[in-house]
Design a protein around this ligand. Structure first.
Ligand code: SF4
Ligand code: SF4
Ligand code: SF4
Length: 504
């Protein structure tokens, strides 16, 4: 790491200060409560024909679905999970868990299945109830999240809410694998000779606060890592929530925070089964979201669930269920099938060849070794190079949304309920409707360039992972299977982007 942000004068002190983080989280918690307050009981405007007039003018819907959901993608692009360092929910969950029952999460919940289920339920709620369009539904969603933060905190130790109910954290964990930002120990030798392991040990310690000439000492319990990680053993950035607790705890100041090259550590750790399922679901959801603006593609993609709902005589809730299952599971698996078949051919070919001799211990211990040949393992291997493409698709969706709706922010701040703003824009027409921040001519080329970069980065990632982790004869199979796998959604996205922004 060339530049350690913790060593930069002023910035380092700020980042190391627990009070800086506490104040940021308290401030964001207050905003979250305001969003709930302004969204509560605000569904529509009496007398106004539009079904969802407050979608972009109310603080709850605008703050949650435009600013936060889209903004965190840009944060993840550059800083991985840095949003988690600011997040009031994870922080509150950690604080409450210190005085609760402190049960350990059962083994069957220590994976990404619960969070994948949460993501599917949210998708179902979006299809069925359009929760993203109505402030009251969005407020109930945020209040439910706070309720889960409190109840899971009272029941379990550490940040159970993050691993059970936060799909955003799981998405950011995925993007953190390729982001150029990391927290690592400075010198392994210092950690090797460190007996106290203060960074993670939960023990009382003396604290010190200085103000001018005054110095205050007090004894307090020092929280450990909320994710049960040990900084010395970090090999990727999927798990670390950058909460800075270990930075605050380490008396040797042996932690560094800063930038590294993109994709630097991708493939150090493969995707396990539950992570694989999560990425499959995410691929389906992003593909469906992207296709929303491509009417002909959308009709093709949703033809089967629509026909099934008609054949079964199911109305909106039944169709929403079929569409959610289709989008989150079947559609992405169909998209992945050609690449997976190609990759599995490798196993058929390898089973006819004599075993390779001379592999190193490192090769044998890595997660992508050829003997791991179940379909889910192969899928997990194949999905790693999808991460840059998924991130860029997410980024384009966020860019377009923030570009078209970003200018609503002053209106939302002036009138957080959104009622007066809507009436002034649409009924009395005393306020002009906000326009896009960037002209379409710039936006469309920018979006295309981002998509192209994402595709090229995915190919680069495939080459890197293959060279780093696979035996010589498997490299070509893996690379070409990845090229096929990544190219299928990339073609769909490019076609959509061109129809959406270029052909109007
Ligand atoms: S995982 Fe989710 S709830 Fe937890 S800190 Fe990150 S964003 Fe917040
Ligand atoms: S990070 Fe700090 S406290 Fe933790 S083992 Fe290393 S030197 Fe010790
Ligand atoms: S490793 Fe450090 S920064 Fe990361 S989650 Fe654990 S305590 Fe927080």
């Amino acid at each position: 790491m060339k530049i350690d942000l913790l060593q930069i004068k002023g910035l380092g002190a700020l980042l190391k200060s627990p009070w800086f983080w506490r104040l940021c989280r308290i401030f964001l918690l207050a905003i979250l409560l305001l969003m709930i307050g302004y969204g509560w009981h605000q569904h529509a405007i009496p007398g106004v024909a539009a079904a969802d007039p407050l979608m972009y003018t109310n603080l709850a819907t605008y703050g949650l679905w435009v600013l936060w959901l889209m903004g965190v993608v840009f944060v993840a692009l550059l800083f991985g999970r840095l949003w988690c360092a600011f997040c009031p929910l994870g922080w509150l969950n950690g604080i409450i868990s210190r005085s609760g029952l402190k049960r350990t999460l059962p083994g069957w919940l220590q994976n990404q299945y619960p969070v994948t289920l949460t993501l599917i339920v949210l998708q179902l709620a979006v299809y069925w109830l359009s929760i993203h369009r109505f402030p009251d539904y969005s407020a109930v969603l945020m209040a439910t999240a706070i309720g889960l933060v409190i109840s899971s905190g009272l029941l379990f130790r550490q940040r159970a809410f993050c691993s059970l109910f936060c799909p955003a954290g799981a998405v950011m964990a995925l993007y953190a694998r390729i982001a150029p930002f990391q927290l690592r120990v400075g010198q392994q030798a210092v950690c090797d000779s460190c007996d106290s392991r203060q960074c993670v040990s939960e023990e009382p310690s003396w604290r010190r606060f200085e103000w001018g000439r005054g110095i205050l000492f007090w004894n307090s319990l020092r929280p450990g890592c909320p994710i049960d990680l040990h900084p010395q053993q970090l090999t990727d950035d999927a798990g670390c929530t950058l909460c800075m607790q270990c930075v605050d705890n380490c008396a040797h100041h042996n932690l560094q925070l800063g930038f590294r090259p993109w994709l630097a550590e991708l493939g150090q750790k493969g995707l396990n089964r539950s992570e694989t399922l999560f990425v499959v679901v995410l691929l389906g959801m992003l593909t469906a979201s992207f296709s929303k603006v491509n009417i002909s593609l959308r009709e093709v993609l949703f033809w089967l669930p629509q026909q099934a709902a008609v054949a079964l005589g199911w109305q909106t809730p039944g169709y929403a269920l079929l569409a959610a299952i289709w989008v989150t599971l079947i559609l992405p698996l169909l998209l992945l099938l050609p690449g997976l078949i190609l990759f599995k051919l490798r196993h058929l070919r390898e089973s006819t060849l004599p075993a390779k001799t001379g592999t190193t211990d490192l090769e044998n211990s890595l997660p992508l070794k050829p003997s791991s040949d179940s379909s889910w393992t192969a899928l997990g291997q194949l999905l790693l190079p999808f991460i840059p493409l998924l991130l860029t698709v997410h980024l384009i969706l966020a860019l377009v949304k923030l570009n078209t709706k970003g200018a609503y922010l002053p209106l939302v701040l002036q009138d957080p309920t959104g009622v007066q703003s809507y009436l002034a824009m649409q009924i009395t027409q005393t306020v002009a409707q906000p326009t896009a921040l960037l002209p379409l001519e710039i936006l469309k080329w920018l979006a295309l360039a981002i998509l192209l970069f994402g595709y090229l980065f995915s190919l680069l990632a495939a080459r890197k992972i293959a060279n780093r982790l696979l035996s010589d004869r498997a490299v070509q199979f893996y690379f070409w299977a990845s090229v096929v796998g990544v190219s299928i959604p990339a073609v769909l996205y490019t076609d959509t982007l061109i129809r959406w922004l270029f052909v109007r």
